[in-house]
Design a protein around this ligand. Structure first.
Ligand code: SAM
Length: 183
């Protein structure tokens, strides 16, 4: 399958860093691995964990408990991204996923779905991440275990880190400073 838009390494690291290190996941699913950028980022952070990276999500039938899913699925059309997310949710509740912002906000029904799925964090990605042809994307984290009282954290990823090219772990953490860093 052709993947036109592979995930830049700094975005992969940012996504994988959203999984708490204390969770010590044993099994992580990358359901649409493409050229494997996210898989390598998972290996960098969780070197001991088992990574499931199927060639075809439609032929994938997990036989073990999946602790986390990390994904940048195909999302053209947008409904494809959402239907793949719904499929992932059957296998695992803890999800970090890159999707178009619009998916979250342009349908009340879908917004409700995300809230019920335990949306806890949204990171707005600069449009330049995927070049001019890619829609405005964000990374969403869903963890139903969190308390319903907790606010949803919104972060704007800082473009200065992109200009530098590869992003260090420190840079990824700085990116999580709320709102102040977006120029
Ligand atoms: C936006 S790209 C992201 C690639 C990868 N996750 C990364 O780390 O950059 C989406 C990927 O989904 C893959 N893909 C498309 N349909 C798929 C399917 N049915 N099962 C598994 N992967 C699929 C494509 O090959 C493409 O590389």
């Amino acid at each position: 399958m052709n993947g036109e838009f592979q995930t830049p390494d700094w975005v992969c690291d940012l996504m994988v860093n959203m999984i708490p290190i204390t969770d010590n996941p044993k099994v992580i699913l990358e359901p649409t691995p493409g050229e494997g950028n996210l898989v390598r980022a998972i290996q960098r952070r969780f070197s001991q964990c088992r990574i499931l990276a199927p060639n075809d999500i439609y032929l994938f039938h997990p036989k073990e408990k999946i602790d986390w899913t990390v994904s940048n699925p195909p999302f053209t059309p947008m409904s494809l991204g959402f239907s793949l997310l719904q499929r992932m949710k059957i296998w695992c509740d803890n999800i970090v996923i890159l999707l178009p912002w619009l998916l979250l906000i342009n349908s009340e029904e879908r917004t409700d779905w995300f809230l019920r799925a335990g949306l806890s964090e949204v990171i707005h990605l600069p449009r330049s991440v995927f070049g001019s042809s890619r829609v405005q994307a964000c990374v969403m984290k869903m963890t139903p275990r969190r308390s319903k009282e907790e606010p949803i954290e919104l972060t704007f990823a800082a473009p200065q880190y992109i200009k530098r090219g590869g992003l260090s772990q420190t840079g990824a953490k700085k990116t999580k400073n709320l709102l102040g860093v977006f120029e």
